[in-house]
Design a protein around this ligand. Structure first.
Ligand code: UT7
Length: 336
């Protein structure tokens, strides 16, 4: 989709946070019947981080990631106009973003949650860039954070090996059209396949006999891994190509491919389909597994820390996951 750009949007700073507790593949092999060899060969994952300890939630990780991003540019939190928290594991179904607003002291900011699973950060970036480009807001904090360890059935080896907990944050600012770095986006949803990956709500029958109400609670993550794999490998390259085409760009213009960190084989298959050399793939999932909405900002933050990304590099960012949702954002990196 073409965005109507009145002014530009740029990414000023990033930050990230992971819990201290590491669970490696050998340790997980003591919980379910699996092995380091199987997990690494099928996914590229070696270890993941878990948020343990009582009363720890996605908000704690999100606050640390946000403060790191703010500190990098010495921005006073009161300058933030909007906070978008992309998460599927809030500690309050009414929303967690407002807790973050208060914890970091961003008292002038409107704050809301955005639920789009592993595509959440991409949708958050696109949403933020619309508010910036149309002049509504000047500074926006976009956070991708998830603690899916709280929603995993730790006896299900087909899912428990994949996920880890983390948060990543980015501060976006409005700018002149010439400095615009969010070049284009392309987003999709196909609800027909929502049941391939979900945390379903399950009702108890007649839980209130007088009112005849059907109340319930959420189940664990349920996933059809094979179908999600096929969907990602077939649809993500198409989304990237469509986004490049509408900018009159080609795959040769790509400096970095930053995909949602779900499975190393998915990253490689998408790159291969697009004939992108594997040394352009940004990957850190061996250390963290699939951290859902956090995976893209966490990998971006690490790549920046490692000085991989240079001024004017083209980064193709693509997210995909439950919904099913998927989409691409093309960024021309500008250092500030
Ligand atoms: O953010 C998006 C989230 N989801 C994804 O990205 C998931 C995408 N899908 C995947 O990454 C892969 O489908 C998985 C890694 C989840 C699974 O890999 P696969 O190559 O599709 O394996 P499979 O499900 O076809 O299972 C192959 C075999 C089965 O045994 P049989 O039926 O061949 O005897 C499974 O029971 O591997 C078995 N298996 C395991 N064995 C050891 C499944 N999980 C495990 C395990 N350890 N953890």
């Amino acid at each position: 989709m073409k965005s109507l750009t009145i002014q530009g949007a740029k990414i000023l700073a990033t930050g990230s946070a992971v819990p201290h507790v590491v669970l490696n593949n050998d340790q997980i092999s003591q919980i379910v019947q699996t092995s380091d060899e199987w997990i690494f060969n099928r996914t590229g994952i070696k270890e993941r981080r878990l948020l343990t300890g009582s009363n720890q939630s996605v908000a704690d990780l999100a606050v640390i990631a946000s403060m790191k991003a703010l500190d990098k540019i010495s921005m006073d939190p009161s300058e933030i106009d909007l906070i978008i928290l992309a998460t599927s594991s809030p500690n309050d179904l009414f929303g967690t973003a407002s807790q973050i607003q208060s914890s970091i002291g961003a008292f002038n900011a409107v704050a809301f949650d955005l639920t789009a699973a592993c595509s959440g950060f991409v949708l958050g970036l696109v949403t933020a860039s619309q508010f910036l480009k149309n002049g509504s807001y000047s500074n926006i904090l976009v956070i991708g954070a998830d603690v899916l360890s709280k929603w995993i059935d730790w006896s299900d080896r087909s899912t428990c090996i994949l996920f880890g907990d983390a948060a990543g944050a980015a501060i976006l600012q409005s700018c002149s059209k010439d400095d615009n770095s969010i070049l284009n986006f392309q987003l999709n949803t196909d609800g027909q396949y929502a049941n391939h990956l979900s945390i379903p709500y399950k009702e108890r029958v007649n839980s209130h006999p007088v009112l005849k109400l059907h109340q319930g609670s959420f189940n664990y993550i349920s996933m059809n891994g094979k179908e999600v794999y096929k969907f990602a490998v077939s649809q993500v390259p198409l989304s990237i190509l469509q986004c490049l085409n509408s900018l009159n760009m080609s795959v040769n213009d790509i400096d970095w491919l930053l995909l949602h960190q779900a499975n190393e084989r998915i990253l490689k298959a998408v790159a291969e389909k697009l004939s992108i050399h594997s040394n352009k793939i940004i990957s850190n999932l061996s250390k963290y597994g699939n951290t859902s909405a956090a995976s893209i900002p966490l990998a971006l933050d690490e790549a920046l820390k490692e000085n991989k990304i240079s001024d004017n590099d083209i980064i193709v960012i693509a997210g995909f996951g439950a919904g099913l949702t998927w989409g691409t954002v093309i960024v021309r990196w500008k250092s500030f």
